[in-house]
Design a protein around this ligand. Sequence first.
Ligand code: SAH
Length: 298
Amino acid sequence: MKMSSSVVAYSFRHIPPLKQRSIRYFSHQSPLRRRPLCSPCSVLVATSTSSCSLPNSASFTGNSLFRRMERYWAASSINKNKGMVEHLQRYGVIQSKKVAEVMETVDRALFVPDGSSAYEDSPMQIGFNATISAPHMHATCLQLLEKNLQPGMHALDVGSGTGYLTACFALMVGPQGHAIGVDHIPELVTMSIKNIEKSAAAPLLKDGSLALHVGDGREGWVEFAPYDAIHVGAAAPEIPQPLIDQLKPGGRLVIPVGNVFQELKVVDKKEDGSVSVRSETSVRYVPLTSREAQLRGY
Ligand code: SAH
C-alpha cells in the first residue's frame, strides 16, 4: 500500500503508565482475557505516542521481572501474519476460532504502508491524518462483533480506512451477507479497494456483497440498513443517532467515544428497540469528524 503524510499513530488500547501496570500485568493472567492490555510489543510502540514509557531496569529489584520483559520484547519480532494471530491468541485478545481464522485469512501486509512492519502490534499512519488500527484493536472489535457477523448478516464499517476490517467483516458474513465500508476521504476509499482486490476478500468485492463508499459515516449508510453489526473506527464526541437508528433489533454497535479520554462503547439494541450502552475499555483513536477538520490536522 502506498502512502503519504506523517501523523501520530492512533487506534490502540490506552494503557496507564507501566509502573502502575507492571504488577497487574505480570502477576496474573485472568485480566488479559476479560480486558486485555495491549501486548508487550505494542507497549514498546506506544512509547512514541507518550501513553507509555519504557521501564527503567534499575528501578526493578531483582532481575526476574526485567528478564521477563526481555522475553516479551523478543516476542515483538513477529514477522508473519499467522504469528501475529497466535500472539493475539496467546494474550487472550483473540478468543474464538472464527476470529483467528479470518485474521489469518486476511493478510495485514496487504493493508499497511509499503515497507512498514505489517505484523507489529501497533497502529500505523496511512496518510490523510488517519491510521490503520493496531491488530489487537481489530481483534478486539471482531471479538465483540462476532455474533453479529454470522453468514447472511449486514455489517457497516464506518471510517473504513485501509479496508482491513471491512474485508474481515465481508468474509465472516459471506456472499449472502453485506459488508459496507464508508470513509470520507476518497483517496482512502480508492486505496482500500486496491488493498482488498489483492486480498482473500476480493471475490466478495467482485460479487457486490462487499462495497466501499465515500461518505460521511456519521450518517451511516441507509442502503443496506438495518445492520446487525456496526463498527466505527474513529472516536466520536457522542454516539451518532443515525448509527443507532440503523442498528437492527438484536444488533450491536462498537464505537470509540470521547476526545482526549476515550472509551470503546458497546451499544446493544434489544428486540424491543431499547438500547443499552457499556464501556469495554479505554482506547485512543483519531476523531470521527468532518473531512475538512481531518485534512487540516484536527
Ligand atoms: N479502521 C480503519 C481506519 C481507522 S482511522 C483501519 O483500521 O484501517 C479512522 C478512519 O476514519 C480514517 O480513515 C478517517 O478518514 C475516517 N473518518 C473520520 N471521520 C469520518 C467521517 N465523518 N466519515 C467517514 N469516515 C471518517
